[in-house]
Write a protein that binds this ligand. Structure first.
Ligand code: NAP
Length: 234
């Protein structure tokens, strides 16, 4: 697809990977409407990048409905929806696992993505085109000690990506599952403070590059899954 003039809805655009995606998409000529929970931070980043901000929490169906209403008003259509909003949690072992904690995290990482994608799919099916990008994780490929909640949420998102690929491709809808490896961001940080970049680790730009490169492929093709690792993180 050609990203020039493309209408993009991105969840969690106010920091980290989402911010880098918004920046690169705007550089490519796309119009980006982005969401986040912290309104002050969202407005500041959107103004800096030239994006359209909308304060909304993907864990609330009424916020998702309001996002799509605002999106129609501001963009007048949709070409790409990126499920990027996601949260982390403590590293709980099986003995410490609490189902309520799982529900809380799943409500963002899994059910939030479902809420957003259901609405996008309605629009895309009608117009017989569209793109859904799910930001999963390399934690969706392999579990780890204490990873029951986060890792399983990303496995779930990856499973959703694959199911939606099978269901939606007949309507020319492309679904991409992106698995970033570790990137220093505000992710899972107390007080949501951005971490410093590290020379040998990935930066949000590599993930933004991967998403944009996948989208830019001609619509006749799509990349079902893409994992991004640091070359030499050791
Ligand atoms: N960083 C990594 O190492 C890494 C690796 C693999 C995958 N990922 C995934 O990449 C995605 C982005 O992570 P990141 O590292 O960029 O994290 P981040 O810096 O913490 O950014 C997360 C973004 O999502 C927003 N957000 C969080 N919960 C939300 C909700 N319920 N509704 C709407 N927006 C919400 C945040 O806004 P507020 O601050 O206002 O809540 C923020 O804009 C996540 O899905 C994460 O799981 C990250």
């Amino acid at each position: 697809m050609n990203l020039k003039g493309a209408k993009v809805l991105l969840t969690g655009g106010s920091s980290g990977l989402g911010k880098a995606m918004a920046e690169l998409l705007i550089e490519k000529g796309a119009k980006v409407l982005m969401t986040g929970r912290d309104e002050e931070k969202l407005l500041e980043v959107a103004t800096e990048l030239g994006a359209i901000p909308f304060q909304a929490d993907v864990s609330m169906q009424e916020d998702v409905d309001a996002t799509y209403e605002y999106c129609e008003e501001k963009l007048g259509g949709l070409d790409v929806m990126i499920n990027n909003a996601g949260i982390g949690t403590r590293r709980d072992t099986i003995d410490e696992l609490d189902v309520d904690d799982m529900i809380e995290l799943y409500n963002v990482n899994v059910f939030g993505a479902v809420r957003m994608a259901k609405e996008a799919a309605k629009i895309f099916r009608k117009q017989k085109s569209g793109n859904i990008v799910n930001i999963a994780s390399t934690a969706a490929l392999k579990g780890y000690e204490g990873g029951s909640i986060y890792s399983s949420s990303k496995f779930a998102l990856r499973g959703l990506s694959m199911s939606w690929q099978a269901e939606l491709r007949r309507d020319n809808i492309r679904v991409f599952n992106i698995n970033p490896s570790y990137v220093p961001t505000a992710f899972n940080q107390p007080e949501r403070k951005e971490r410093d970049l590290e020379d040998n680790k990935l930066t949000p730009h590599e993930i933004a590059h991967a998403v944009v490169a996948a989208l830019e492929m001609d619509d006749r093709g799509y990349i079902p899954e893409l994992s991004v690792h640091a070359t030499n993180p050791f």
